[in-house]
Ligand binder design. Structure first.
Ligand SMILES: [Mg+2]
Length: 233
């Protein structure tokens, strides 16, 4: 019997509430830059941005566009939807967004409490596809940084989850074997299938219950379920 020693977490949408935090940051930018001159209301701006940003992240995940392009183009295209063709303005919005969003601090319910509990029994680590400079600011601003021994951002490896290289790199950094490790994340493809293919166990974090539970799969709705669930693996 092999005992669980290492718990790897995804960050965005698993511990750090990306949607809420991003929305709060966008609201600040919307106000600061008087975007109400161009959009009907904040929700209009938010929806346009959200859809464009999601598409660009998919392209980034497939290696089709660079990080720098992703950052500028998401605002450039959002502005173009309301007939504003101003690349410099898009760049200013991006600079402010990148500076603001990682400092937002909303976590999922029971995140801190659960990490305190788990830290007593396991080594905790992060594997994230987010940009390194943003992820470290997030971890520090929301008081998560000290919980984790190894923090791996995909840029350090040159591959994003679900590529096996990023999991192998993280396991090596943590001096962990796949058998004594579990991955917890909200994305069925990048986090769960990625971890399983290298022999780790995996738990899907599904707060909105978007996924049906399949046989043999571990799934939680609230992070507070983790301390007990991990003792049953
Ligand atoms: Mg995630």
């Amino acid at each position: 019997m092999i005992f669980l020693k290492h718990v790897f977490f995804d960050l965005d949408r698993t511990l750090w509430d990306f949607e809420q935090n991003s929305r709060n940051a966008l609201q600040k930018i919307y106000d600061q830059h008087e975007l109400s001159k161009h959009f009907d209301h904040f929700l209009h701006f938010h929806k346009v941005y959200h859809n464009i940003n999601n598409d660009l992240w998919k392209k980034y995940g497939k290696g089709k566009i660079s990080k720098d392009a992703l950052r500028i183009v998401r605002f450039q295209k959002t502005l173009e939807r309301v007939e504003v063709f101003d690349l410099e303005f898009a760049e200013r919005l991006n600079v402010d967004y990148v500076a603001t969003a990682p400092k937002e601090t909303i976590l999922f319910p029971n995140a801190a409490k659960t990490l305190i509990e788990l830290k007593k029994r396991y080594q905790l680590h992060i594997i994230t596809n987010g940009f390194a400079e943003a992820q470290f600011v997030k971890l520090k601003a929301s008081n998560l940084f000290d919980f984790f021994d190894v923090i791996v951002c995909s840029e350090m490896v040159g591959k994003t989850k679900p590529h096996r290289d990023i999991f192998h790199y993280a396991l090596a950094q943590a001096k962990a074997t796949p058998q004594e490790s579990v991955m917890i994340g909200d994305d069925h493809t990048t986090d769960i299938l990625g971890a399983i293919q290298v022999g780790m166990q995996a738990i899907l974090f599904d707060p909105k219950e978007k996924h049906r539970k399949s046989a043999g799969q571990h799934k939680i709705k609230n992070l507070g379920e983790l301390p007990y669930l991990l003792t049953t693996l």
